[in-house]
Design a protein around this ligand. Sequence first.
Ligand code: IPE
Ligand code: IPE
Ligand code: MG
Length: 242
Amino acid sequence: MTNTSTPHHVAIVMDGNGRWASRRFLPRIAGHKQGVDSLKRCARACDARGIKVLTVFAFSSENWQRPQEEVSGLMDLFAMALGREVPQLKSDGVQLRFIGDRQGLSGRVLKGIAQAEAATVDNHKLILNVCFNYGGRWDIVQAAARVAAQGLAMTEQHLNQAMALAHVPDPELVIRTGGEQRVSNFLLWQSAYSEFFFSDKLWPDFDEAELDLAIQSFGARERRFGKVSGQNEAGAAPTVPN
Ligand code: IPE
Ligand code: IPE
Ligand code: MG
């Protein structure tokens, strides 16, 4: 039995910005700027298709190891994009959430995050989780530390409740653009039963047609969750309740 429903939660590793720029003999930051536009387009397209949660990987805990110039360019772009885009996102009904380690982020970035989250907290049309200074291992460790600090038993359910994405169900579909077929420390816990779609499109070139291909591919998968073919009701993931 295939799974015909539209995913509720789509997560994306937005990869390929640097190559997009290099192919045009532009500095890598030009690709990241184009990536912001691609994200705006993608969020609108997800909303139009009835997707309720979009989680994107914008900056990993390992991305600090890039050349200083690129890291500071990314931080500046992030802070600028926040200031510029929040009013539109607010009126579009998008709720912004920032997922990741706040330690190590500048005061300017932290202020932008706090303002963006406060401005959109009452929106419920689309939840946009932006993973920034995020790593799947960091998330598991911080969740374990919280469970331990609360004196709770280290169970799957308690860990699940302490994870950074506890406010949304697990993603049914994870897309990675840019042609690489790896996870790169994204949603290690939450993607236990996600379907993966690897796109050769570089993130700035990711468009509605490619999103539709990913959704179509998702629709053709049989999600068995460890059971045998035909035994499972389509679409229902046996995750621990949040
Ligand atoms: C993804 O694009 C954005 C970030 C990791 C910040 P890349 O910058 O990794 O682009 P490529 O993979 O080098 O083309
Ligand atoms: C993953 O892309 C992180 C983001 C898209 C933010 P990377 O470009 O950092 O991943 P690797 O280095 O190819 O694994
Ligand atoms: Mg990359």
